[in-house]
Design a protein around this ligand. Structure first.
Ligand code: BGC
Length: 929
């Protein structure tokens, strides 16, 4: 990137190179017998599995809906490398089969099947392939996503019968079998016992260039350096959260802090197939600790580790540092990750010394019962601390020890977000042969959020008249308080409404607009509309515009390379600026509490430190470009099953050490300025109205100064109330500043209770003013503000391949639809791939007739489909056939029920002359809102 004043260049080649490198560094090699990998020059390779034609770039739902024109799969990557000889006959067999067994895209939101039908292979086909090639690569794929979890069944976590059959036959006919897992979450790995593949690699979901990065590893252009960010156990039943995971109503977090390796290393080492942090390389490294210094006065220790490449290939290594704390009174996990560092690429014989400094606070425990005598404090109990360094949690070796003569209180807090009901949780009991699980009652107590709110009510700013605009705050002419004083009560009730999806105030097809959402806020107070777009794997532009689809959260975590991720996200930041998107709805940073969680692909790890590090890297990358992201979902969104309702019942200790920790890291480091709460509750209070979460912990303890937004159409409550979608007063009081999303920011179209609560005193003006100050403070630092002030950053994108059907978003204008609408098209024939974007501001909701008129000179047998997309989901198809030049009319009906309805009509084949698109109001539809 070349930085000039307000002008930047985004080099697409560099963007691709960084994404490709991220994929290569995130692939985790688990088995590699007899150096099966890398493939050697001109090795003959047969690729099995239909995923060779459908690489999963990501999971589904908001975290995956990035439009791309091409996804580079693993075969593309191998072909591009020119290193191996692919069995083209087998490739053709798969392609021919696809003709009659097309990839099942599913229908609608989150409804894609998570496993595709696999081709059944005859013995003859595999035998013949075995004669043509020496090596078989079998690719197994799964996707997953929002609103549904995976299951421990065939076709989900387990292999299907056809996949088992495929592995059986390939094993019989090939001496070398390499299995690649193109998945978002973990799979049952028992197949490795049954078939003993020579190599096994998790290649995860690597975005649109995923296949290229994977091939770089397969061919040895890059030596693998990815490490597991989760523990792979033998069975789903081995994970301690399994008894409660997926409960539709209450999810007891009885494993407490013992999540992932914290559980397995303490209690169940034998249940682990591959430990946390594990990952092979093509070369061999030796690590030696050259310095261990405990700096007790600074409450930190430092390690210097020399890493030497003593093998024959170049490669990068990761040094992981763990601490074993004394069990004390609280009980501890056997080991906790406290630091890591990745080396540069080391040539054979080359060494590098890495330095890792670890503050004690990183491994302090939270006493939620007072058992140590330090209730509600982060504390280090007296005793011996062992520090380990190594390549994974299991093999790390002792690098040093230090003693604490007395308990050390690192931070005294107050109890917040505690459970209110009794349940039992795990604790480690020391025995002669290690630790045993014992259960103890988790502390619970009624919380005092209401009193806290009363005690900390902000001072009201006296309302004044004035004509200032937000840029007056930006240039220092007035302070924020003066600006806020000029907002009327109506302005204050509007500013907490986010508008969307697909608001006409911002880039079409994006998730929301906020800040300037009414005429008064925009014109009178000069607050620009800020644009938010999904999500953690790249920009989701529902009107069909293409964007860069990025490697997903898990593969990013497995790189253990924060610098790389930062650089990658700076490119994303520039790409966002080019589309006037100011805030990405990511990173996703929930904890992989259970391997079957549907959205694990978006998140990084079972470990909070890894999570905090990579979320921080993504945000810092975005900030370097001048934009930002909303870290989500705050907090404990660890299952998709009934995510709007299922209540995690979780101890304060587990919340603070595991589920809040990553968020705390990015807030305290200054990386976070926007946070999204969840759909559901935590310990009985929905996060969108949760005072302890959004105020006591986030702002008072951690010092957060930014904005908090709800998840889209989330429910809100306060303790004891039924949740609903209109209790904005509770939301505002908690300092969840913005409700996402309302059909119209300027009117009370959803019937929220803000104005009424202001009148009857349930909500104080001062509280709304505080929300407004949070929002305006955030807006001040956005690219939207720079645009409003006439000094936007200009991004020129170079080396991006032309997208023939791309829409120029700056030319898209919203059309008011209050009855009929007609679009006459030009006289030219419509080319295949052409898109007509129809961005409506629907004033009259209801059932519309959609009529297309077209003709074609082709013969009657020719078929030319057109597909109508609504928020990028195909909703209607119109198939024209040859008409010998005569006009053909096709009519369909659709219920247009949301205000902003960005539609897109895509022409599927050449030969059609589309002449007219007409929308006609027919009658009232279903009442949706
Ligand atoms: C998801 C969020 C997402 C939002 C907007 C919700 O369904 O949970 O992660 O950002 O939709 O698309």
């Amino acid at each position: 990137m070349m930085d000039m004043k307000n002008q930047v260049v985004l080099d697409w080649n560099q963007y691709v190179a960084l994404a490709r490198q991220t994929v290569a560094e995130g692939c985790v090699l688990l088995e590699n017998k007899d150096q099966a990998l890398p493939l050697v020059k001109d090795e003959k390779v047969a690729v099995f599995g239909r995923i060779q034609n459908h690489y999963y770039k990501s999971g589904t739902g908001s975290g995956g809906m990035v439009n791309v024109s091409k996804v580079y799969g693993i075969v593309d990557g191998l072909r591009e490398s020119g290193q191996v000889i692919l069995d083209e006959e087998l490739i053709r067999i798969y392609q021919d089969w696809e003709e009659t067994h097309p990839f099942n895209e599913g229908e609608g939101w989150g409804n894609e099947p998570w496993c595709q039908e696999e081709m059944e292979l005859t013995d003859e086909v595999v035998e013949a392939a075995g004669k043509r090639s020496e090596t078989a690569i079998v690719i197994i794929g799964r996707t997953a996503g929002e609103d549904k979890d995976a299951s421990d069944t065939k076709g989900s976590y387990q292999l299907t019968d056809v996949e088992e059959d495929l592995l059986t036959k390939v094993r019989k006919n090939f001496d070398k079998m390499i299995v690649l897992l193109n998945v978002g979450g973990l799979l049952d790995m028992s197949f490795t016992d049954r078939y003993q593949p020579e190599a096994v690699m998790y290649v995860w979901q690597g975005g649109m260039v995923g296949g290229l990065g994977t091939a770089d590893v397969l061919t040895g252009a890059v030596s693998p350096s990815g490490h597991l960010t989760d523990t792979i156990a033998y069975k789903v039943a081995d994970y301690p959260s399994t008894p409660y995971f997926g409960d539709p109503d209450k999810n007891y977090y009885s494993e407490d802090i013992y999540v992932g390796y914290r559980y397995f290393e303490t209690f169940a080492k034998n249940s682990v197939r591959y430990p946390f942090g594990y990952g092979l390389s093509y070369t061999t490294f030796e690590k030696s600790v050259v310095v261990f210094s405990n700096e007790s006065e600074k409450q930190q220790f430092t390690l210097h580790v020399t890493v030497s490449n003593v093998g024959l290939k170049k490669g990068k290594d990761v040094v992981q540092v763990y601490v074993e704390a004394p069990q004390g009174k609280l009980g501890k996990a056997d080991k906790v990750l406290v630091g890591f560092a990745k080396t540069k690429e080391l040539a054979p014989g080359e060494s590098e010394e890495v330095e890792i400094t670890v503050p004690y606070s990183r491994f302090a425990s939270y006493d939620d019962s007072g058992i140590t005598g330090h209730a509600y404090a982060f504390v280090l109990e007296a005793g011996t601390y062992h520090v380990f360094a190594g390549a994974d949690v299991r093999s790390a070796e002792c690098a040093g020890t230090f003693e604490l003569a007395d308990d050390l209180v690192v931070e005294q807090l107050c109890s917040a977000l505690a459970p209110v009901e009794a349940f039992d949780r795990m604790k480690a009991a020391e025995t002669e042969n290690g630790y045993q699980v014992m259960m103890e009652a988790a502390p619970h107590h009624a919380s005092n959020e209401k009193q806290r709110r009363q005690d900390y009510l902000p001072q009201e700013i006296r309302q004044t008249m004035g004509t200032h605009i937000l840029s007056d705050v930006a240039d220092g002419s007035i302070g924020m308080d003066k600006f806020i004083s000029e907002l009327t009560d109506d302005d204050l009730t509007c500013i907490i409404r986010g508008e969307g999806m697909g608001s006409s105030l911002v880039t079409p097809g994006t998730a929301a607009a906020f800040g300037g959402v009414s005429k008064s806020l925009i014109n009178r107070h000069g607050i620009p509309s800020v644009c938010c777009s999904d999500g953690p794997s790249g920009m989701r532009l529902d009107c069909g515009v293409k964007a860069f689809s990025l490697p997903n959260g898990t593969i990013i975590g497995c790189t253990f390379n924060t610098e790389l991720v930062k650089e990658l996200y700076t490119c994303t930041g520039y790409e966002m600026i080019a589309q006037k998107v100011d805030c990405l709805l990511g990173p996703g940073m929930n904890i992989h509490r259970h391997p079957l969680n549907g959205r694990n692909f978006e998140y990084f790890s079972e470990d909070p430190y890894v999570t905090g590090c990579f979320a921080g890297a993504m945000l810092e990358g975005l900030h370097a470009a001048g934009v930002t992201g909303a870290a989500k979902h705050f907090c404990a969104n660890n299952q998709e099953m009934r995510r709007h309702f299922a209540d995690p019942v979780v101890s304060e200790r587990a919340l603070r050490e595991i589920y809040l920790k990553g968020f705390e890291m990015i807030v305290r480091s200054g990386a976070a300025d926007a946070i999204m709460t969840t759909y559901g509750p935590v310990n009985g209070v929905w996060t969108a109205g949760n005072y302890d979460l959004c105020t006591t912990i986030l702002r008072e303890e951690w010092g957060f100064k930014g904005i908090v937004m709800t998840d889209w159409w989330a429910s809100i409550n306060e303790r004891g109330q039924e949740p609903d979608k209109i209790n904005f007063a509770a939301m505002a009081r908690a300092q969840n500043d913005i409700y996402m999303v309302c059909p119209d920011g300027s009117t009370n179209a959803s019937g929220d209770n803000t104005a009424a609560a202001l009148v009857d005193g349930r909500l104080k003006r001062s509280e709304l003013q505080r929300n407004a100050a949070n929002i305006c403070g955030f807006v001040l630092h956005t690219e939207a503000m720079r645009r409003a002030m006439g000094c936007p950053t200009e991004v020129s994108i170079i080396n991006r391949p032309a997208e023939p059907d791309d829409v120029n978003l700056s030319e898209v204008e919203f059309v008011r639809l209050d009855g009929d609408y007609e679009l006459r098209l030009d006289t030219k024939k419509s080319k295949a791939g052409v898109n007509y974007v129809l961005p409506f501001d629907v004033q009259k909701k209801g059932i519309y007739e959609i009529e297309l008129i077209g003709s074609s000179d082709l013969s009657e047998l020719a078929q030319m489909p057109c597909t109508l997309y609504y928020t990028n989901i195909p909703i209607l198809s119109f198939t024209f056939h040859g008409t010998n030049g005569e006009d053909m009319v096709i009519k369909k009906e659709f219920d247009l029920h949301t205000r902003f309805s960005v539609m897109r009509l895509n022409v599927g084949k050449n030969g059609l002359h589309l002449k007219q698109i007409r929308f006609r109001y027919l009658r009232e539809g279903k009442i949706w809102d």
